[in-house]
Write a protein of this length. Sequence first.
Length: 55
Amino acid sequence: MRRLIVLLAGSFAIYRYRYRIVNFVLGNQQLRRYFINLSMRVPFIRDRFVNRAFH
């Protein structure tokens, strides 16, 4: 039961502060590079990016 409450509180906090979290991640150069590399490994995201960038 305690684990469920912690999970719900954590989920609520992430949802509530999602834009602050994204700004923090994108504001840090090393984290930004890591997440871009991570997202480019997903074929759907990579195909959409390449299609828009070079179309």
